[in-house]
Design a protein around this ligand. Structure first.
Ligand code: GSH
Length: 333
């Protein structure tokens, strides 16, 4: 049996998850080979993530238990981006981004910590109130943009001598603040690019935006667009029109394509690994189809895994109507 891999719960666009993926990649770890990547839908966090970390923000890294013996579950969880970065770079840090083990680098380590604290604290505070102004009614976004720019000017000045925040070599600070500077620019790219007093920072950001490291963790195997599915939820493919009718009626009573619950006696569903095949067999030409994510704990009728008559493979069957409250999401396929 293949060894269990560390599991990274991630969200492609989240700046915290981006910096964690950058550090994992810098440590030479590859999704699929060295860790399992689970792209999370933040509006519907999987039970496994909630179990691992009560605050359930991404990123979270869950390590497999040591082969040698039992470990406390909490010891196996790296619950935030900084802990994930630290774990990855403690394994392998070819560029010594953390400046660890360098006897004369205590000042640099302190500077890294201070820059990250400034980013995660005051810069993020202003960034959110500028970028997501609608979430902060009563706050003046321009005021927050100005305060964020003031911090960026400080970083830009630090970059001037050597091109990196700590001089001539990249450090953990560059990796940790990059996704947030990128976010600031995305909120008003033209305004950012016109800012004449930020030339070193603009060059630094462009190097990342055009270089291979960021591109690698934003695309391909690091960021599958299809959300990861929980084995502890079940899934049902529904015709969009029938789902709309169910929402109006307050309950869903279709079994499968062309058949009602009353005719079949139960509602067909699929496990996380069965959705694709079910879609291909029965729904590929069905027009507008939605994938319902169902929380089994919210069902009111019995759920039984029963063999399909043709293959013998067990599928989840809901022996009664599907209450709308049990449906966590209804998304186009
Ligand atoms: N301090 C955490 C913050 C992570 C964070 O806030 N992530 C956001 C997405 S960018 C999140 O998971 N939000 C979902 C939520 O708060 O429910 C870290 O460094 O990982």
């Amino acid at each position: 049996m293949a060894a269990a891999l560390p599991i990274l719960y991630s969200f492609r666009r989240c700046p915290y998850a981006i910096r964690a993926r950058l550090a994992l990649a810098a440590a030479g770890l590859k999704p699929g080979l060295d860790l399992e990547l689970r792209e999370v839908h933040l509006g519907r966090k999987p039970p496994e993530l909630l179990e691992a970390s009560a605050k359930a923000t991404v990123p979270v890294l869950v390590l497999p238990p040591e082969a040698g013996g039992p470990a406390e579950a909490a010891d196996l969880v790296r619950p935030d981006s900084l802990a994930v970065m630290e774990w990855a770079l403690a394994l392998h840090d070819p560029d010594n981004l953390r400046r660890s083990g360098e006897s004369d680098a205590a000042g640099e380590r302190a500077r890294i910590a201070a820059l990250i604290e400034q980013n995660d604290g005051v810069f993020k505070h202003h960034l959110d109130r500028f970028k997501y102004a609608h979430r902060h009614p009563g706050d003046d976004p321009e005021l927050h943009r100005g305060a964020a720019l003031e911090i960026l000017r400080g970083w830009s000045a630090a970059l001037e001598p050597g091109g990196w925040l700590l001089g001539e070599r990249p450090s953990l600070a560059d990796v940790a603040v990059l996704p947030f500077v990128r976010q600031f620019r995305l909120a008003d790219a033209e305004g950012f690019d016109r800012q004449n007093d930020l030339a070193p920072l603009q060059d630094w950001l462009q190097r990342f935006l055009q270089g291979p490291d960021l591109a690698a963790v934003m695309a391909g195997s690091w960021a599958p667009r299809r959300a990861w599915r929980s084995r502890r939820w079940i899934y049902h493919l529904a015709l969009a029109g029938e789902w709309r009718q169910a929402k109006a009626a307050g309950v869903y009573e279709r079994s499968t394509r062309g058949q009602s619950l009353q005719e079949v006696g139960f509602i067909h569903a699929s496990g996380a690994d069965q959705v694709e095949v079910t879609y291909g067999r029965f729904y590929a030409d069905a027009g507008e189809v939605l994938l319902l994510t169902i929380d089994p704990d919210r069902l009111t009728a019995p759920l039984r895994w029963e063999p399909a008559p043709d293959t013998g493979e067990c599928f989840p069957h809901i022996h009664g109507p599907l209450p709308l409250e049990a449906v966590l999401a209804a998304e186009p396929c």
